[in-house]
Design a protein around this ligand. Sequence first.
Ligand SMILES: Nc1ncnc2c1ncn2[C@@H]1O[C@H](COP(=O)(O)OP(=O)(O)OP(=O)(O)O)[C@@H](O)[C@H]1O
Ligand SMILES: [Mg+2]
Length: 248
Amino acid sequence: MSEYSVELKGLNKVYSNILKEDTIALKDINLQIRPGEFISIIGPSGCGKSTLLRIIGNLDKPTSGTIEYRDGADQQMGFVFQDSVLLPWKNVRQNAEFPLVIQKKQTKENEEKLDELLELAGLSEFKTALPRELSGGMKQRVSIVRALSYDAPLLLMDEPFGALDALTRDHLNEELLKIWQKTKKTVIFVTHSIEEATFLSDRVLVMSARPGRVKEMVEIDLPRPRGEATRNDPKFTEYNKYLRGIIG
Ligand SMILES: Nc1ncnc2c1ncn2[C@@H]1O[C@H](COP(=O)(O)OP(=O)(O)OP(=O)(O)O)[C@@H](O)[C@H]1O
Ligand SMILES: [Mg+2]
């Protein structure tokens, strides 16, 4: 068992098509993610961010290299994707509760925790609303609560707020940090937004264009809890500038 929440050693991923043409998606990724850490991954389109997340999430296999998890984190992970994929015939609470139903874990304690999460995500008044009655931001909040409902120690998020306008995104970033601080999950968050990565993260992993490698790991030393004051902090602007420079 790893002392890290997730530890990647010498990870490579090669996709081959029927013509035996290889695409090297990931090359020699070494990464140690601490328990409870919020880490973001940024890099140019096609550099392998989603591939890396899928491999960590057991949805894809690496071509070579190893992954170790702590405390069986590989058995249970929460996922949030760019598109919230809610069941249209189920209401907000039923959607959020779905993993508990599937796993037959509808204990009183879990149900109470679910209601707390819905409250924390500002959805208490919309429990009986159907997905078609919700805004894009609200749907993403439901999918975040759903991913947290079964208390997996590891939360994987692939551009969860990519489709939202800047104001809604800023707002949800703050909500996400509140939930994260309360639940103490390890979060791995893929984004195209440098500002979003800086605002949220303890560390930002910058990947290089294909083949995806770790270009640099940047520690974000901004005080928490973060909020509006963070965005006005000159250090925040400095980090964004620095990250933009690395990506090029
Ligand atoms: N299932 C697959 N089969 C073949 N090639 C793939 C597959 N999935 C991804 N790739 C290739 O691997 C590389 C990395 O893709 P990936 O989706 O991980 O990039 P990304 O960094 O998430 O990009 P984006 O920012 O656009 O989402 C790309 O060249 C892509 O074409
Ligand atoms: Mg992607």
